[in-house]
Design a protein around this ligand. Structure first.
Ligand code: NAD
Length: 255
């Protein structure tokens, strides 16, 4: 048995008995639905990189441009559907005693797929809030809040703090997990990217699912090289090596 086989065997053993599972997802989970990731080539918009638009400085400099980019992304997202990866993650809620889905995605697709326990670390693209007082914009309001501040997308931009309550809940779920998945994230945007490391340090068995290698890959207990929408939903007919979730079969996983 090589190292990978040993890790795979351990994964099946742990997945069968794990009680507390936590998952961190990133843009890659939605890629198969047609939402561009930030770091892929299709992540460019009008020659701007996301890092040049999703910042408080960009909004202060040119709010129209930033709003136009978000309108473009909203229209894109409104036309797409959750994929099999999102649905498999929604299924997992009924498998474990506790299951926490922590996402960096702002597209709302996990909830649309049926997940109920979702921590949206970076907010949700479908809302707006006041840049000064934080009040959520109502449908019949314009671009300016009654307090005088400009409304902006209700998301966390590069260089901004994550909502304290969200990061605390995510951290608590991560340190108590016995099984942790890092799925479709480049593990380059902190502090979310810290969570797989925290899970590993806290003793969880950590599985990474990503077609590409990431800075976290060498720390993962099991690294699955493949698209989440294909790997997560796989069902096994083999009772001998069946994990409770994902119900993958050893011979078909990541190799
Ligand atoms: P990222 O763009 O940095 O990385 C995406 C990762 O997904 C890459 O490692 C890539 O190899 C992997 N990937 C691509 N296709 C995949 C697939 N089919 N299955 C599994 N993995 C796949 O994204 P990130 O790590 O989430 O971090 C960047 C920031 O991007 C976050 O702040 C997030 O809020 C934001 N973002 C969100 C969305 C969204 O809501 N859908 C889209 C783009 C960016």
């Amino acid at each position: 048995m090589n190292v990978e086989d040993q890790n795979l065997a351990r994964y099946f053993e742990i997945a069968r008995s794990a009680r507390r599972c936590a998952v961190l997802t990133g843009a890659g989970v939605s890629a198969e639905s047609g939402v561009p990731t930030f770091r892929g080539e299709e992540g460019l918009w009008k020659h701007f990189r996301a890092e040049e638009l999703a910042t408080p400085e960009a909004f202060a400099r040119n709010p129209e441009l930033v709003r136009e980019w978000y309108e473009f992304r909203r229209s894109l997202i409104s036309e797409i559907e959750p994929n099999e990866g999102h649905r498999a993650l929604a299924d997992a809620e009924s498998v474990f005693e506790t299951f926490t889905l922590i996402t960096q995605n702002i597209d709302g697709l996990h909830a649309r797929a049926g997940s109920t326990n979702v921590i949206e670390l970076h907010g949700n693209i479908h809302g707006d809030r006041c840049n000064h007082c934080g009040r959520i914009r109502q449908d019949d309001e314009g671009l300016t809040c009654p307090c005088g501040g400009p409304f902006r997308p209700d998301v966390v931009w590069f260089g901004e703090q994550l909502p304290q309550e969200a990061i605390e809940r995510a951290h608590a779920a991560t340190v108590s997990a016995d099984l942790f998945f890092s799925i479709g994230t480049s593990t380059q945007v902190f502090p979310a990217a810290q969570l797989p490391y925290v899970a590993a340090d806290s003793g969880a068995f950590v599985v990474e699912v990503n077609p590409e290698e990431t800075p976290f890959t060498r720390h993962a207990d099991l690294s699955v090289r493949g698209p989440s929408g294909e790997w997560l939903p796989r069902r096994s007919t083999s009772s001998r090596r069946r994990a409770r979730w994902p119900r993958g079969e050893a011979s078909r996983i990541g190799r």
